[in-house]
Design a protein around this ligand. Structure first.
Ligand SMILES: [Mg+2]
Length: 304
């Protein structure tokens, strides 16, 4: 089963009331019209053995990761988090101390981003044993900045990315990243950002989501792709930057002239790199050593 095929199937099951649902499934957050205001809503889950290892990383890091992943989706819309709720499915033998550690992981992260944990549910696996699962739902607001969708990329836009990519699984970076909430708002406030997503599935997978949602194509120049030191030891560091995922950097598009100014000004602490451009058509192309090759929107296949 592929996640996006499933989302397409859900979309075909019925229309939403556009008065209430401005943006439905398939973006980083849903956008809802509530009481004359646009609210953001997102949910995310982490599973032991898939997104973290309970034995290796411990329950507090798992709790924190579940919260920052959802916060990163709020960042991808240039929103401001308001509050979160969480659910936990505890494995057999889970102790009060383990549950407290998860709470603290969520709580400390919530405090850092002014996003209090205001409710939740804890259940334990019974006879059939299951792994630790943590799900976090976050409500966000727009606070004067129109939500930036995946669907707004225009032909002629530049494609830019914050920070460096690849190898997040080789270190604890996939657990310890900081969601780029303030950075996303700086970008959206000062520049005509047309589309944005946070890189969770990998550069290729997430750019694939943007071009599909925007009905455009993308060309990436391999020389410009910023590769993280964490990927330097890999057989193919560029592959790592394209496909590893879990970088939680911002991938965004904006008009070329704005990109020139952005790259020159560098308004964030993290370096912003222009990695390619949006063209007419569909799919993605990689320019490597003067040759063009098709880039598959292959998703996240991390090494556990
Ligand atoms: Mg996302």
């Amino acid at each position: 089963m592929r996640e996006f095929e499933f989302i397409e199937w859900i979309r075909r099951q019925g229309e939403f009331d556009p008065e209430v649902v401005a943006v439905g499934p398939g973006d980083d957050c849903a956008v809802l019209n509530v009481g004359g205001e646009k609210l953001l809503l997102t949910t995310d889950q982490v599973l032991d053995g898939v997104h973290f290892s309970l034995v290796e990383h411990g329950p507090e890091a798992a709790g924190r990761k579940s919260a920052v992943r959802a916060l990163s989706d709020i960042a991808a819309m240039a929103g401001v988090p308001v509050a979160m709720v969480a659910t936990v499915a505890a494995p057999k033998g889970f102790s009060q101390a383990d549950a407290e550690a998860i709470y603290l992981g969520l709580r400390v992260c919530g405090d850092e981003f002014a996003c209090p944990l205001v409710g939740g549910d804890l259940a334990a696996w019974g006879e059939s044993p299951g792994p630790l699962q943590i799900s976090v739902t976050i409500l966000g607001k727009c606070d004067g900045i129109e939500p930036v969708l995946r669907s707004g990329a225009q032909v002629g836009d530049a494609i830019c990315v914050t920070g460096k990519l690849g190898g997040a699984w080789a270190t604890r970076r996939h657990l310890e990243f900081s969601p780029r909430i303030a950075d996303a708002r700086t970008l959206a406030r000062r520049f005509a950002v047309s589309a944005m997503i946070d890189i969770s599935d990998g550069l290729a997978g997430d750019l694939g989501h943007v071009v599909d949602a925007s009905s455009v194509a993308a060309e990436l120049d391999t020389i410009t792709i910023p590769i993280h030191d964490d990927a330097a030891g890999r057989k193919d560091p560029l592959e790592a930057a394209l496909f590893d995922g879990e970088d939680y950097e911002l991938l965004f598009t904006l008009p070329e002239t704005e990109a020139d100014e952005l790259i020159e000004n560098q308004p964030l602490e993290a370096k912003i790199t222009r990695i390619g451009g949006i063209v007419a058509g569909s799919g993605m192309t990689l320019l490597r050593d003067g040759k063009r090759e098709k880039l598959e929107p292959r998703g996240w296949e991390h090494e556990t």
